[in-house]
Design a protein around this ligand. Structure first.
Ligand SMILES: Nc1ncnc2c1ncn2[C@@H]1O[C@H](COP(=O)(O)OP(=O)(O)OP(=O)(O)O)[C@@H](O)[C@H]1O
Length: 261
């Protein structure tokens, strides 16, 4: 039996008095392509940031690739995080953000090679060779010497994807990666993600408001509402035959706004 690569068990997370995640549990199998959908503020970004260790949890358990991310005390409190352990776990995961977050003063090539050289001690030559393969894969090999400011949003995002892949993660997290793009640039980024999904066996989690893409891309769709997963299923089940009223209401609004689901 294949074991889940991500196991989230009853986690909670509050920002001040506001409970963003409320006993959230989910499991992801290796190689699965998951879409996380749901209303604004339902906790989708927060769970990705937690998996990436950019946010800590208040309670619950997370296992990634067979190892606990955090250790808890008996009373359920988080023990002080072991930074070396977290750094090791973080290398299993790549994340692409809505706003690219490229290093503005570094060229495309240096953006991609920095992490492998710094965190894995990779030699420059090997890091550049790998970076060129990745830039080629996202169609950006001819821009290796360009600075981020010279690129379109779609090009920046494709570089950000190459950069996230440079540490050869087992899991890739995509947080609304096309939301900040002009409409005509969305497709070039989605095409890279389609290619990644088709050509690699990476586990991919995608937070998106592009329901049409979520439908085509995902093996399984999770519908989030108020910090919990209210419904999950295959794309056709969720998009064509949602069972829960809240899922139905959410999709109705999306369709009424003229979007494809
Ligand atoms: N660092 C933070 N400090 C305070 N509040 C936060 C922080 N991060 C997120 N929140 C709040 O937590 C809630 C959930 O945010 P989250 O970004 O996870 O939702 P989301 O489902 O991804 O929404 P969206 O689709 O709008 O991105 C929001 O109300 C947000 O304002």
């Amino acid at each position: 039996m294949l074991a889940p690569i991500i196991k989230v068990d009853a986690i909670s997370k509050s920002f001040g008095a506001f409970k963003v995640l409320d006993g959230l549990s989910m499991q992801v199998m290796p190689g699965e392509k998951l879409a996380l959908i749901g209303p604004s503020g339902s906790g989708k970004t927060t769970i990705l940031r937690i998996l990436m260790t950019l946010e800590k949890i208040d309670g619950g358990h997370i296992q990634i690739d067979g190892e606990q991310l955090y250790h808890m005390e008996r009373n359920g409190q988080l023990l002080a995080a072991d930074e070396r352990h977290l750094a090791k776990m973080r290398q299993k995961i790549g994340m692409v953000f809505q706003l690219f977050n490229l290093f503005p003063h570094k060229c495309v090539m240096d953006n991609v090679t920095l992490a492998p050289m710094l965190t894995k001690g990779m030699a420059r030559g090997a890091a550049e060779k790998r970076a060129m393969e990745l830039l080629d894969m996202v169609g950006m090999a001819d821009k290796a010497k360009a600075m981020p400011a010279q690129l379109s949003g779609g090009q920046k995002q494709r570089v950000a994807i190459a950069r996230a892949l440079a540490l050869s993660p087992k899991i890739m997290l995509f947080d609304e990666v096309t939301s900040a793009l002009d409409p005509e640039l969305v497709e070039e980024v989605l095409n890279v993600m389609r290619k990644l999904a088709a050509e690699t066996d990476m586990t991919m989690l995608l937070v998106t408001h592009e329901m049409g893409f979520a439908h085509d891309f995902a093996d399984r769709v999770l519908f989030f509402d108020r910090g919990r997963i209210v419904e999950e299923g295959k794309p056709d089940e969720i998009f064509r035959h949602p069972k829960q009223e809240r899922t139905q209401g959410f999709l109705k609004k999306i369709i009424a706004a003229g979007h494809r689901v």
